[in-house]
Design a protein around this ligand. Structure first.
Ligand SMILES: NC(=O)c1ccc[n+]([C@@H]2O[C@H](COP(=O)([O-])OP(=O)(O)OC[C@H]3O[C@@H](n4cnc5c(N)ncnc54)[C@H](O)[C@@H]3O)[C@@H](O)[C@H]2O)c1
Length: 260
């Protein structure tokens, strides 16, 4: 098992990719702390893990909250003996008209998608150093790698995640902490389905939305099929495992060649 003896935190573990990563980490022998703002979904994830014989607990926590991060990382140290791996997965998405939408919306997404990832790193890295080393995967997006109309905000948060990742990888590598990012393409999750439905609505209203589903930017693997949350979980698990012990500071597209 790839994560035997490790303690890990997965944010946004109630559904989508976070749920898949939490399940995979538990199968690989980790003791998992699943966090989410959706209590029902978070509980469902840990119940499914327990039913499969895994070790997980749900802690309701907002990735944008400093107090919540303090509590979750303290729990890892005091109740589970340390912290070794973290997946900063939680994020929100909405289409954003850069010239007309309220500034509060900008602040709201930045608070979760970029500041939230930063807070996770800020609180986790000292715990990982205490534990003798660790590994973090931050979730960016292909939206960080090219321009998408109505994703100036989302893409900016995700581009910020990449540079934060690279800087922290260089800063804390010497103390045994690896930090990598993934850039998922179109992955079949509740977020993607909502974004696609909202894009269709915008289309119907005559606005010029981006293509939200099915790739939309050229040929992809298998003719543009969507990826699955489990395919993301495989990559995230590899990156935090010792199999990737010399991989740090990368931002890896997991997109079926969408950005190739
Ligand atoms: N689905 C895609 O195609 C796609 C593509 C590229 C990147 N991503 C990124 O992948 C990650 C996972 O996306 P997904 O598609 O699984 O999303 P999802 O919306 O299906 O699931 C996200 C989970 O995060 C939780 N969450 C939201 N805000 C939170 C907060 N402040 N604190 C804690 N939990 C919170 C939600 O309740 C939900 O359970 C996100 O970072 C997303 O931006 C998704």
């Amino acid at each position: 098992m790839l994560l035997e003896g490790k303690v890990g935190i997965v944010t946004g573990a109630g559904m989508g990719m976070g749920a898949a990563v939490a399940r995979r980490w538990a199968r690989e022998g980790a003791r998992v702390i699943a966090t989410d703002v959706d209590d029902e979904a978070g509980h469902a994830t840990v119940e499914a893990i327990a039913a499969a014989g895994g070790d997980a607990r749900f802690i309701p926590a907002d990735a944008a909250s400093e107090d919540d991060w303090r509590a979750v990382t303290a729990h890892a140290a005091s109740e589970l003996g340390g912290l070794h791996v973290l997946h900063n997965n939680a994020a929100i998405h909405f289409w954003f008209d850069s010239l007309n939408d309220p500034l509060e919306r900008w602040d709201q997404m930045m608070a979760v998608n970029l500041r939230g990832v930063y807070l996770g790193c800020r609180f986790a890295i000292p715990r990982m150093i205490e534990a003798g080393g660790g590994a973090i995967v931050n979730t960016s997006s292909v939206s960080a790698l090219h321009g998408v109309p109505l994703q100036g905000l989302y893409g900016a948060t995700k581009a910020g995640v990449i540079n934060l990742t690279r800087s922290l990888a260089r800063a804390y590598g010497p103390q045994g902490v690896r930090v990598n990012a993934i850039c998922p393409g179109t992955i079949d999750t509740p977020m993607l389905r909502t974004a696609a439905a909202e894009a269709a609505e915008l289309n119907a209203e005559g606005d010029q939305p981006p293509s939200a589903a099915g790739g939309g930017v050229g040929p992809t693997l298998d003719g543009g099929r969507m990826g699955t949350a489990d395919e993301i979980a495989s990559v995230v698990t590899f990156l935090v495992s010792d199999e990737a012990s010399y991989v740090s500071g990368v931002y890896l597209p997991v997109d079926g060649a969408m950005m190739a």
